[in-house]
Ligand binder design. Structure first.
Ligand code: GAL
Length: 686
């Protein structure tokens, strides 16, 4: 069995630590001494350093001083800790903004931003690039062989757009490279609409949202700009540091940047999460699934290696309203959820609360009181001890036979298209609706973009895959013909990559033949209004209830080879199919013409999961708020169990397990207290 890579090469530990800002405490060395004592007590072993420390290295242009960092890294090495050394490009020094105004971003209204905040540099400025490359190169040159160096933490949460002349010119060049000629662009963008035919690339203003394709291309361009900037930083590091992995911290499903492309520039995936599991949140069950969804997305960006939870909060972030404290037990549950979904490190923002600045009241491992006798510190230290016991999970992986397609381009096209975007069938939310139905059955799901290979999956779910990239429809067709099961919904296959509607009927690009239906039109129901749907004999045989309520949108569909499993029971489209099944080759394709709710989705997918013998980590349906993930290495299986439901829950185990945390052999059932969590391992196997 070939070994899976660890996050830090050669380091077989679960990373535990966080953003550490000693540069804010250089005047009080006793605090730094205390930090090292506390790190030991907290069972922490990995720290992100220097994220916003540029001015501390280069107080004046070209005069560098890395004294404090030299001392810190040496000390980290002596303590056996690993450092995720940041490049400081996320916040620029004031002298840089003052001397070179071009590094400051220009907003949508053409105003140059003042020197303020962070994450707001121009993506194109040659001066900013040069300065960033210089500081990154110096860091790499100086520390590439340092024994404490574990990873490169490139910048911080890249985001934002700049509308300066340089970025504008860069957009025009990008368009020229994409389309070759202005005629080809006009054709692709359907610019005769509202007399938008362009005769020169320079006439194109990215703020014009009346051309759907323009907005879509500007998003692609923005992703490319960020990707290019990330590559620029990685290249500066790589000039001196070839073997230390690079990562950058992502923000879940952040809409503006196509993360499925951004991750191509880094060696491993790192994410920041702040779910705010609040005990009285009526959407708690949703929050649990939302976190799992985005974690599976991150796991699938680079399935061949673990990902890293680089930021989370050991307590409560100051920016959540209301600021609810983490309930006892919750911290461990949240961290085990990440590990269950393939992470091998759980780190925090932040190690110690600063005394000033906008984040002085943000939760941290070390509070202003300064000692270890706080509830939060104890929780973190308890987790540190628990992670040591979990080292057997290192190298195990999650395996899924179900894939759900979550595609940034489809999302952007949907959100740029008037007439669908306001239906409240928000792209991500609909994806989470479908994902949740599997999560409630403890079925592992790969969340992938539409460019991925589908062979190998038993079931592929395509919620609202509005835009079809070239080749995607053909790949879906092949998947079904060769025995796969595909499930699509209303608003699938409307537009091509230029956000131009397919002609000849929806779902387009050949998908009408795959699903055996024509989706003629779609009614958008008023909030609170529902339409009854009656399940047919065929549908009842699939374990569905006799009737459901359609909410949101009702697509009016005509079968073209598909059989109805449910039909609308009211309105002018009464009798037309609400749910269909089509046999094609050796497989089947289902079309959901409307949203029938969580109960329907669970019943519908439970039946498919059984039919296709897709494994469940636990038998039966999980109670709301309970999450289970499965990882395995060879024959050895690990189940990660979390109870976010706020009440004790009893789970029936499918075999012989031992609790990895307590070491106890377990019987047939396991009681998880409110906010309780644990990891259990199959007995036997190595
Ligand atoms: C993150 C950011 C951190 C810190 C944190 C607060 O988005 O990367 O630097 O600001 O939020 O929750």
């Amino acid at each position: 069995m070939s070994e899976r890579p660890t996050l830090i090469p050669g380091c077989r530990r679960i990373l535990h630590g966080g953003d550490y800002n000693p540069d804010q405490w250089l005047g009080t060395p006793e605090i730094l001494d205390e930090d090292f004592r506390l790190m030991e007590l907290a069972g922490c072993n990995a720290f992100s350093v220097g994220i916003f420390a540029w001015t501390s290295y280069e107080r004046e242009e070209g005069r560098y001083d890395f004294g404090w960092l030299d001392r810190l890294l040496d000390r980290m090495a002596r303590a056996g800790h690993r450092v995720m050394l940041a490049t400081p490009s996320g916040a620029k020094p004031a002298w840089l903004s003052q001397k070179y105004p071009e590094v400051r971003r220009v907003d949508r209204h053409g105003r140059r931003e003042p020197h303020a905040g962070r994450h707001n540099h121009c993506w194109s400025s040659p001066i900013y690039r040069e300065k960033v490359a210089e500081i990154d190169t110096r860091l790499a040159e100086r520390y590439h062989a340092h024994p404490a160096l574990g990873l490169w933490h490139v910048s911080n949460e890249y985001s934002g757009e700049c509308y300066c002349d340089l970025c504008l010119a860069s957009f025009h060049r990008w368009l020229e490279a994409r389309y070759g000629s202005i005629e080809a662009l006009n054709e692709a963008w359907w610019t005769s609409f509202w007399s938008h035919t362009f005769t020169d690339f320079e006439q194109i203003d990215p703020r014009d949202r009346s051309i759907d394709a323009l907005g879509l291309d500007h998003r692609r361009f923005n992703t490319d700009q960020v990707l290019d900037f990330l590559r620029w930083e990685v290249a500066a590091i790589r000039r001196h540091s070839r073997d230390v992995p690079c990562t950058t911290n992502l923000m879940g499903t952040f809409a503006p940047i196509d993360y499925s492309r951004l991750v191509s520039a880094v060696d491993l995936v790192a994410d920041d999460q702040y779910p705010g599991y609040s005990p009285d949140d009526p959407m708690l069950e949703r929050t649990v699934r939302r976190v799992s969804f985005k974690s599976d997305l991150h796991r699938c960006f680079k399935p061949e290696r673990p990902w890293l939870l680089l930021e989370s909060c050991p307590d409560a972030p100051q920016w959540k309203h209301p600021v609810r404290l983490k309930r006892p037990g919750l911290h461990q549950a949240e961290m085990l959820q990440a590990l269950g979904h393939g992470a091998e490190g759980t780190c925090y923002f932040q190690w110690r609360k600063g005394r000033g600045g906008g984040e002085k009241l943000h939760g941290a491992v070390v509070d202003h009181v300064g000692h270890e006798h706080t509830r939060v510190f104890r929780d973190v230290a308890a987790l540190g001890a628990c992670l040591n016991k979990l080292e057997p999970i290192i190298g195990s992986e999650a395996r899924a036979r179900v894939a759900l397609v979550f595609d940034w381009e489809a999302r952007w096209a949907f959100e740029a298209s008037e007439g669908v975007k306001s239906t409240r069938q928000e792209y991500e939310e609909v994806c989470i609706d479908h994902y949740s139905a599997f999560a409630r059955q403890a079925v592992s799901v790969d969340v992938i973009d539409s460019g991925r290979d589908l062979s190998g999956y038993a079931l592929v779910v395509l919620p609202q895959l509005f835009l079809l990239r070239p080749g995607v429809a053909a790949r879906i067709a092949r998947f079904v013909e060769q025995g796969g099961v595909a499930v699509a919904t209303y608003y699938t296959g409307y537009v091509d990559p230029s956000n131009r509607c397919f002609t000849g009927g929806f779902p387009g690009d050949g998908l009408m033949d795959v699903f055996g239906i024509w989706n003629e039109e779609t009614d958008w129901l008023t909030d609170g209004v529902a339409r009854r749907v009656a399940v047919t004999e065929d549908g009842l045989r699939r374990g569905l209830e006799p009737s459901y309520e359609a909410q949101g949108v009702c697509a009016v569909v005509h079968p073209r080879g598909a059989r109805p499993l449910a039909v609308y029971a009211e309105d002018f489209f009464r009798g037309t199919p609400a749910l269909t099944e089509h046999r094609l080759g050796r497989g089947r394709a289902f079309y959901q013409a409307t949203a029938l709710g969580g109960e329907f989705l669970r019943a519908f997918y439970a039946q498919l999961v059984d039919e296709l013998s897709v494994p469940r980590a636990l038998g039966g349906e999980l109670p709301p708020g309970v999450a289970v993930q499965r990882r395995a290495r060879g024959e050895r299986e690990f189940l990660f169990l979390q109870n976010f439901s706020g009440a004790a829950q009893r789970l029936t185990l499918p075999g012989a397990y031992a609790d990895l945390l307590s070491g106890d052999a377990l019987g047939q059932a396991l009681e998880l207290p409110a906010w309780g969590s644990t990891v259990i391992a199959s007995r036997g196997g190595s």
